[in-house]
Write a protein of this length. Structure first.
Length: 237
């Protein structure tokens, strides 16, 4: 179900990208309604043989350790501790699945690039992520999280190549966008855009978000709502 970087659902946040078109209010509302639904933890997979059934479209959150995956999932769903956060990088050691209103599965993958982990652990996590990203038929979009203060680093390149090889459309999400000054954020956005242009599966639109301030969260909700199962019609009373 990968969108092969087709442009489906990409939205810019005008507050983070001056001059960008404003998101369609109808899409913003669709995203708000979707992410207001109950979101519950379903499963924590430690091996490819233990993955849950492929029943819903899935959106995966990928990034370096401590880039803010858990914080972003919590901000999107409006729940403080749905995805547990840790001050210790590399703490997430399994693939965690969260069912959003029976319409979309949010998937939190282990962070990569944490040098303090053992080589054995890193190899295990890498194999687990490779098997998931390359073999999951219901995976519709990957969100590649990049710290807006640093941009793309060497540790991100292997993941981007893996996503290209899997022909899985992925979108760069600049996290912690409330931290850098506007000029610095714009410079990072430009450098990330230049890097993405070399990757066939990369979505051209880049979103800047902040789990702390809420910047860009409505636009990201709207983008991800495009992949959700259609909500069942309401029964007349």
């Amino acid at each position: 179900m990968g969108d092969h970087a087709s442009g489906r659902g990409g939205l810019s946040d005008p507050a983070a990208a001056p001059g960008a078109p404003s998101p369609d209010p109808a899409l913003i509302e669709a995203g708000r309604v979707l992410f207001a639904q109950e979101c519950r933890f379903v499963f924590g997979a430690t091996g490819s043989s233990a993955m849950p059934a492929e029943t819903l479209p899935e959106v995966a959150f990928i990034g370096r350790s401590n880039v803010g995956k858990s914080s972003l999932i919590n901000a999107l769903t409006g729940r403080r501790e749905l995805a547990r956060m840790s001050k210790t990088p590399g703490r997430t050691r399994q693939i965690n699945f969260f069912d959003l209103g029976g319409r979309l599965m949010l998937v939190d993958l282990p962070g990569y690039g944490y040098a303090a982990a053992s080589k054995t652990e890193i190899a295990q996590w890498t194999r687990l992520m490779q098997r998931y990203l390359q073999g999951r038929a219901t995976l519709a979009r990957a969100c590649l999280l990049i710290d807006s203060r640093h941009g793309i680093l060497a540790a991100d390149e292997p993941m981007m190549r893996l996503l290209d090889a899997a022909a899985l459309g992925y979108q760069a999400i600049l996290t912690k966008a409330d931290k850098p000054r506007p000029a610095a954020l714009a410079a990072v956005r430009d450098s990330v855009a230049a890097a993405l242009a070399k990757h066939g599966a990369a979505h051209p639109e880049i979103l800047a978000v902040s789990a702390q301030s809420g910047l860009g969260i409505p636009a990201l909700r709207a983008a991800l709502a495009a992949f959700a199962e259609v909500a069942p019609p309401r029964r007349p009373r």
